[in-house]
Ligand binder design. Structure first.
Ligand SMILES: [Zn+2]
Length: 242
C-alpha cells in the first residue's frame, strides 16, 4: 500500500523498521528562526511522532529572507513564531503531534522546556542558550545536535552524551560580548541555515532510526562551496562533561 513515506521506506538506511521508529519518536527544537523553520519542516515531513518547538519571538519582516516557513501574513498578524510555525506544520502532516511553546529559555526553565524527548535540535542564535541546552542534555543523557551559521558558513556537531565531546569541549568559554561577529552584525546568506538544518535533520533521523553518526564537527562554506569534517576529542577537564 502506498503511503506518504514510501520513498523514505525504500531507503535501505531507513526501511520500514526505521520508519516505524521515526513515527514513535519525539524531538524538541529550541529556536524557531532560520535553522528551526527548516528543521521542523523536514522532521514533520519525515514523520516524527511528536515535535515541540520553542521560541519567544514574533515573526518580523526581516525574518522572511531566511526563515522559510513564515510569510507576509504572519508578519501582518504579529504571530509568535512557535505558533505560526505550528499552524503550518499541522497542514504538512496531521499525524505529527505539534507542541508550540512561546517562552524565553533560561537556566530555571531549560530542563522543563526540553522535556523528555529522544533528542534535541539546536536552532538558537546565541551561545548562552546553547550552553544551557548542552548542560541540561548532558545531565539528562539526551543527545542533541549543535548547529551554527554565520555569513556564508556553518557548523554542525552531534553531541552524544557519554560517547563524544560536548559543546563545552569544543568551545570552553563564551566569547566576550562584541568580540566575535554575529549574523546581526555580519549578515547571513539564506542558503547556509537551510544546509546546516538539513545536516542536523539528517543526523536526527540517523539517531532516531538507531544508526547514530560519529561525533565529528562538520564545517561548511556555501560560497566556496566546501564541506569538511574534523575529529573533536572529549576534553577530560571539560566543565560540563569532564
Ligand atoms: Zn564536554
Amino acid at each position: 500500500m502506498k503511503d506518504r513515506y514510501e520513498r523514505q521506506r525504500l531507503l535501505r538506511e531507513i526501511g520500514d523498521r526505521g520508519q516505524e521508529r521515526l513515527l514513535s519518536s519525539s524531538v524538541t527544537i529550541i529556536g524557531c528562526g532560520a535553522l528551526g523553520c527548516a528543521q521542523a519542516q523536514l522532521l514533520v515531513r519525515a514523520g516524527v511522532g511528536s515535535l515541540r518547538v520553542v521560541d519567544r519571538d514574533v515573526v518580523e519582516l526581516g525574518n522572511l529572507h531566511r526563515q522559510i516557513i513564515f510569510d507576509e501574513q504572519d508578519v501582518a498578524e504579529g504571530l509568535p513564531k512557535a505558533e505560526a510555525a505550528a499552524g503550518k506544520l499541522r497542514l504538512m502532516n496531521r499525524d505529527v503531534r505539534i507542541e508550540p511553546v512561546v517562552l524565553d529559555v533560561n537556566a530555571d526553565n531549560v530542563r522543563d522546556v526540553i522535556g523528555e524527548p529522544d533528542l534535541v535540535l539546536d536552532a538558537t542564535d546565541n551561545t548562552e542558550t546553547r550552553y544551557l541546552m548542552n548542560e541540561a542534555c548532558v545531565e539528562k543523557g539526551t543527545p542533541w545536535i549543535y548547529g551554527g551559521v554565520l555569513g556564508t558558513e556553518g557548523l554542525m556537531l552531534p553531541v552524544l552524551p557519554g560517547r563524544g565531546p560536548c559543546l563545552r569541549c569544543l568551545f570552553p568559554e563564551a566569547p566576550p560580548p562584541g568580540a566575535v561577529p554575529t549574523c546581526e552584525s555580519m549578515g547571513v546568506i539564506n542558503t547556509a541555515p537551510v544546509l546546516v538544518a538539513a545536516l542536523q535533520a539528517t543526523m536526527a533521523v540517523r539517531m532516531l532510526v538507531g544508526s547514530p553518526p560519529e561525533p565529528r564537527l562538520t564545517i561548511v562554506d556555501l560560497w566556496a562551496p566546501e564541506m569538511r569534517q574534523i575529529e573533536i576529542e572529549r576534553e577530560p577537564s571539560c566543565v560540563c562533561c569532564g
